[in-house]
Design a protein around this ligand. Structure first.
Ligand code: C5P
Length: 242
């Protein structure tokens, strides 16, 4: 399938129109950013690792009844996906308190959160992704109450499936961010990506970090080894393409 014009170039992915009106082509680039894009480096093959990991996770979620925009991988770092009108909310699910939660609130790092916290942030770098609540979401015209409930329900379902999926690979799913969009029929589908860029993943035994937090902490030389470790643990040998 040929890429047509570029629709959107984000910090790490570029989205192109395809020859089908209802499908897009998403290229996962090798860029890695932190601090709302303030720091940026290129990491060889990072795009491919993230695309393959996301594709695997989307397939697992589909098998568990969560509809996603994923159709197929066209190349190791290029995904064919259903075209969505993205909802500008970052839905964050937290199973263990860490990161911005412990910086902003009096809760100890490492506290297990039962039930998990579902948080919604406004996806807008200019405003530094401020946290939303239901009335803000409605006042800003981002989503209706019914849609907020759908996003919450879907995020918790994704969490339930992925906690188990990662546990089977010896990984603790600490927290993650997902984004949703509406397809041409108005259905809300999971979009974007689920990869070590937007999840905190800890080794179950050692509690070593296996995600972008290493880059956020300046451990640039360790970050790709962590992504490759996640890839090796969750992608069966028969499905490995790099
Ligand atoms: O930084 P914070 O603790 O709020 O992050 C929570 C989770 O959301 C982490 O897994 C992080 O990777 C993800 N996240 C993200 N993109 C952002 C903010 C957070 O993927 N803009």
């Amino acid at each position: 399938m040929d890429k047509k014009e570029l629709i959107n170039s984000g910090k790490v992915k570029s989205v192109y129109n395809s020859t089908d009106d209802d499908k897009v082509i998403i290229e996962f680039r090798d860029d890695m950013t932190a601090g709302d894009g303030a720091r940026k480096e290129v990491m060889a093959n990072k795009g491919a690792y993230n695309a393959i990991i996301s594709a695997k996770i989307f397939k697992v979620l589909e098998e568990n009844g969560v509809e996603t925009q994923f159709i197929e991988l066209l190349e190791p770092n290029v995904m064919l996906a259903k075209k969505l009108e993205m909802i500008p909310i970052e839905v964050i699910v937290r199973n263990i308190a860490t990161g911005s939660l412990v910086r902003k609130y009096p809760i100890a790092d490492g506290t297990r959160l039962e039930p998990p916290i579902v948080q919604m942030d406004f996806k807008d770098d200019d405003y530094h992704d401020p946290m939303l609540n239901d009335s803000l979401i409605k006042a800003l015209g981002i989503a209706t109450q019914e849609e907020i409930e759908i996003l919450t329900e879907k995020a918790l379902k994704i969490n339930e499936v992925l906690v188990k999926f990662f546990a089977d690979a010896g990984i603790i799913l600490v927290d993650f961010k997902v984004e949703f969009g509406k397809d041409m029929g108005g259905n809300i589908l999971l979009g974007d990506e689920i990869s070590p860029d937007g999840c905190r993943l800890w080794d179950s035994e050692t509690l070593d970090m296996l995600d972008k937090e290493l880059f956020r902490k300046g451990k640039d030389s360790e970050v790709m080894d962590a992504y490759v470790e996640v890839y090796n643990r969750i992608i069966p040998d028969s499905e490995k393409v790099i």
